[in-house]
Design a protein around this ligand. Structure first.
Ligand SMILES: NC(=O)c1ccc[n+]([C@@H]2O[C@H](COP(=O)([O-])OP(=O)(O)OC[C@H]3O[C@@H](n4cnc5c(N)ncnc54)[C@H](OP(=O)(O)O)[C@@H]3O)[C@@H](O)[C@H]2O)c1
Length: 364
């Protein structure tokens, strides 16, 4: 294949508002290292981590909701998910899907020509279970908001599926995060799971993956998105933050508490969520889009025998399992919109505005 020397890409030039993202048509096409492959990107999904890393929201100096705006005070020492600085320029984009078009000297030759999805979690493949030796595709290395990207040959899932590249680009970050949360909370068929932010990427994945485990699901989402969510057949769909959550649960599913809360929203509604957990219930969390600082009554935690789990860095089997679910057609992509890479600023504005249900994807 004829591989050009330059490519189009969206480049993050520093922390700040949307203006620090630049669409360029003269970026060098990366060369795969010995263990890497070169991927011609077919599509790349958008995620809040792109927005949070750009703005520096992960910094402990930031206490508010994700907004996508430039933040007034970001500590240069901890602006990334991992609590360390990242280097610029950086091409973001975790959810890359594409075709392998070139191989490094030591890369698995069977990958050439295959359609692949990237596992966002970069690992030390000599110590792959060590969570302290990890990075994120599009954060600690360049990602998929480009025509080409390189990835370690073991960081790929070969996909055989009738789904388009854009549909496949909805899965990697959101669905592996959701599966990690459910796995940490040990969700099974006897559970009733309350999902916050259910209309979003992780939320719509939580619904499907909790169903896969046989659990019953209740969703919280803006009412404009309820019709879209009904296609996933949850047991009940409630407004984003019901004034009396226990009464709303009682009315919709015949019980006022749940065994699991799967939360990616946090913020001021957190105490209400915790109060809706049954004795021995589990709270599992992977995000805090409405705000990371929450109020916790420790009496509720200990007197009700609750278990809290956080989930971010995932064991390698989660991505492998996800590839299996996709290739067996067990998951339904929630592709809300695609944008050309050249229209990236509008794509990210729509992503932040959040009138959509599911995921937004850019196509180079
Ligand atoms: N730890 C990890 O590895 C990991 C991985 C992926 C995502 N995350 C985090 O998880 C969170 C959700 O990610 P996502 O991809 O599912 O996001 P998303 O697609 O943007 O969906 C988030 C949903 O949350 C709801 N929401 C409720 N309160 C909100 C508020 N104050 N502001 C904005 N949205 C609000 C919105 O739905 P309604 O309008 O229907 O209420 C929205 O659709 C983010 O904070 C993200 O950074 C973490």
């Amino acid at each position: 294949m004829n591989i050009p020397s330059t490519m189009r890409a969206v480049v993050l030039t520093g922390h700040g508002g949307p203006e620090v993202l630049e669409f360029r048509d003269d970026c060098p096409v990366p060369e795969p290292g010995p263990d890497q492959v070169l991927i011609k990107v077919g599509a790349c999904g958008m995620n809040n981590t792109d927005v949070n890393t750009r703005s520096g929201w992960y910094s402990k100096t930031v206490t508010g909701a994700t907004s996508g705006d430039a933040l007034p005070k970001v500590d240069d020492e901890d602006p990334s998910w991992g609590g360390a600085p990242i280097s610029f320029p950086r091409i973001q984009g975790a959810d890359a899907v594409g075709t392998v078009v070139a191989l490094g000297a030591d890369a698995n030759p069977s990958l050439l020509g295959k359609r692949v999805m990237v596992d966002c979690w970069l690992r030390d493949w000599n110590d792959p279970l060590n969570k302290d030796k990890t990075g994120y595709f599009g954060s600690e290395c360049d990602g998929g908001f480009a025509e080409y990207a390189v990835a370690h040959h073991r960081n790929l899932g070969v996909i055989e599926s009738p789904l388009s590249d854009a549909e496949l680009a909805t899965f990697s970050c959101s669905y592996s995060t959701a599966e990690g949360m459910l796995s940490r909370a040990n969700v099974g068929k006897d559970d009733t799971v309350l999902v916050t932010g259910a209309s979003g990427g992780v939320g719509s994945a939580l619904i499907q993956l909790a169903h896969r485990r046989g659990a019953r699901v209740v969703c919280l989402a803006s009412e404009a998105k309820h019709a879209d969510l009904a296609k996933l057949s949850p047991a009940a769909i409630l407004p984003r933050s019901p004034g009396n959550l226990k009464a709303a649960l009682q009315q919709s599913i015949g019980q006022s508490t749940v065994s699991v809360v799967a939360d990616i929203v946090g913020g001021t509604y957190f105490p209400t969520l915790i109060d809706a957990l049954e004795r021995g219930g589990r709270y599992t969390c992977s995000g805090a889009i409405a705000g990371p600082i929450v109020e916790l009554d420790l009496r509720t935690l200990y007197l009700r025998d609750l278990t809290f789990t956080g989930s971010t860095v995932l064991p390698p089997h989660i991505f492998k399992d996800l590839v299996g679910y996709i290739t067996r057609g067990e998951l339904r992509p929630m592709l809300a919109a695609t944008y050309p890479l050249s229209d990236f600023h509008n794509a990210q504005a729509a992503f932040i505005y959040k009138a959509h249900t599911g995921n937004i994807v850019v196509v180079p």
